[in-house]
Design a protein around this ligand. Structure first.
Ligand code: SF4
Length: 161
């Protein structure tokens, strides 16, 4: 991301210390983009940071719904499809105010509304986005081209844990 690693770590440690010093209930979550290069460090990373932060999310890199190759040079999805939790849990707002389908929809190919003109929840529950949710719940994930190429609806791990 072009950040200075040492400075980023120092800032994170400072935040953790300040939270403790001020006795604040700030929740600190780390997210790691796991990939073939750093995967051997994931266990030690969890061991190091889990006593200090509230949550650590390990996300294996993905193909952005087939927009690029994944770590194995593939864009294909295999295995059973399940409803994508992003559709139900995340309200994404783009820099222009659009509320798209999800964080993977970085170009806003399916937009439910815009925060400059619409209420956030009206956009989130718009007919366009609700149709995709109904398709997912009805086992028709592939009706949406982007979802059809996306790992987030693959195998249903999110619904098991
Ligand atoms: S399956 Fe992928 S593209 Fe479809 S809603 Fe989920 S994250 Fe977005």
């Amino acid at each position: 991301m072009g950040l200075d690693f040492k400075r980023t770590m120092a800032n994170l440690n400072y935040l953790i210390e300040e939270r403790k010093r001020r006795n604040k209930k700030l929740i600190i979550s780390l997210t790691v983009a796991a990939n073939p290069i750093n995967k051997s460090n994931v266990d030690s990373l969890i061991k190091k940071w889990s006593p200090k932060v509230d949550d650590i999310g390990i996300n294996w890199i993905h193909s952005w719904a087939g927009a690029m190759e994944d770590d194995g040079g593939k864009t294909e999805i295999s295995g059973s499809r399940y409803p994508c939790r992003s559709l139900f849990e995340q309200v994404v707002v783009q820099s222009n105010g659009d509320i798209p389908l999800c964080c993977v929809d970085y170009e806003g190919s399916l937009v439910g509304g815009n925060i400059k003109t619409d209420k956030i929840l009206t956009s989130f529950y718009s007919k366009r986005l609700e149709k995709v949710r109904r398709d997912h719940l009805g086992g028709r994930v592939g009706n949406n081209k982007m979802c059809n190429n996306c790992r987030f609806s693959e195998k249903g791990l999110d619904w098991l844990v």
